[in-house]
Design a protein around this ligand. Sequence first.
Ligand SMILES: Nc1ncnc2c1ncn2[C@@H]1O[C@H](COP(=O)(O)OP(=O)(O)OP(=O)(O)O)[C@@H](O)[C@H]1O
Ligand SMILES: [Mg+2]
Length: 113
Amino acid sequence: MKEIKAIIQPFMASKVIDALREIPELPGITVSSVKGFGRGRAENAKHKIIEDSIEYAMKTKLEIVVADHLVEKVVEIILKNAHTGNVGDGKIFIYTVDDAVRIRTGERGEEAL
Ligand SMILES: Nc1ncnc2c1ncn2[C@@H]1O[C@H](COP(=O)(O)OP(=O)(O)OP(=O)(O)O)[C@@H](O)[C@H]1O
Ligand SMILES: [Mg+2]
């Protein structure tokens, strides 16, 4: 199992989520509003906030845990739908997940996804 964490432009989020929803085997997505900065330090960010005189770009974070065989498909769909070609388009990080538990049933691992 892998977790795909994508930090994307908020105005691209619904396009990306819509496309991901079309994958029948996609188990789920967690979506959060986040703030941060990349190499450009949010200077040219479209939507930014200043907190304690630090500039942050507003971003949307997607967290998706999938079986290994779905990773490339999910990454490809995010890339295709989140890309504008401008700075601040975001990043995708991929991690190995040790285990998962469905609280209702106690199922473990891929069964729990
Ligand atoms: N190395 C990192 N670790 C953690 N979060 C990051 C990292 N790089 C970027 N982020 C997060 O992703 C958001 C988008 O990053 P961004 O796309 O601006 O990266 P970048 O390296 O500056 O690339 P670009 O040149 O396309 O702007 C940042 O606002 C930050 O929240
Ligand atoms: Mg940047």
